[in-house]
Design a protein around this ligand. Structure first.
Ligand SMILES: Cc1cc2nc3c(=O)[nH]c(=O)nc-3n(C[C@H](O)[C@H](O)[C@H](O)COP(=O)(O)O)c2cc1C
Length: 205
């Protein structure tokens, strides 16, 4: 199994979501040979969208050399069987680093087609796990803030054909050690229920 791991947390390896992603990758690797492609959007930031790229993407006869970054990122998805994205919630939605990745990966005539019925994804579906770290709560009984992250990411990925998305919420990460432990326990239990991890030496440790 080939796995693409996309990290959008500025905390890198110190991020709880990052560590959980590593546990998931190890768990998958224990029972089947796995290869990992890592795309760290923070330690190696993507270049901003330039005027040349914006022109090319809307042109009928684009200068395809402008698509190099986009092409690379799309191929990283194409060559893998599963995606794991680790993202924090920043101001109710995705951090800028992940938004830029989305802006390169969602490309008309390449990863989606425009049809009378709307945009139709051109990529093969594959399981996609999105680990969402948040300082406080945006889902469940304790929710007190808006969540423009999970519906947006689900919609964006679905628009290119990645329909099987599974969100793993790590909430309350700034509410002390107990809250962190609780969030990780819930997340591990949830992941262990997923068919890809069920009946395996799961991430529950
Ligand atoms: C710029 C910025 C904006 C943030 N906005 C939110 C927010 O809207 N809601 C929230 O619950 N936490 C917010 N946080 C807190 C992070 O989501 C929290 O620190 C989380 O642990 C980040 O996950 P990570 O450790 O994987 O990076 C924000 C943090 C930063 C740096």
């Amino acid at each position: 199994m080939k796995i693409l791991f996309v990290n959008a947390s500025p905390h890198g390896q110190m991020s709880h979501g990052y560590r959980l992603a590593v546990e998931m990758i190890r768990s998958l690797g224990r029972n089947m040979p796995s290869a990992l492609v890592k795309r760290d959007l923070v330690s190696a930031p993507l270049p901003p969208i330039t005027q040349d790229y914006a022109k090319a993407i809307t042109s009928r006869e684009p200068d395809v050399s402008r698509f190099d970054v986009s092409e690379q990122l799309i191929r990283e998805i194409e060559m893998t069987d599963a995606l794991i994205i680790n993202t924090p919630m920043h101001n109710f939605t995705v951090p800028a680093a992940l938004k830029l990745w989305i802006d390169y990966v969602l490309r008309v005539h390449r990863t989606f087609a425009v049809t009378p019925e709307g945009k139709v994804g051109l990529m093969r579906d594959r399981p996609t796990f999105v680990i969402v770290g948040s300082g406080s709560f945006h889902s469940g009984d304790r929710a007190w803030q808006g969540d423009f992250l999970t519906p947006y990411v689900r919609y964006a990925l679905q628009s290119i054909g990645l329909k099987t998305t599974h969100f793993v919420l790590l909430q309350g990460l700034t509410h002390g050690d107990e809250a962190v432990t609780d969030a990780l326990r819930r997340a591990r239990e949830e992941i262990a229920q997923h068919p890809l991890f069920a009946h395996r030496d799961t991430v529950v440790s």
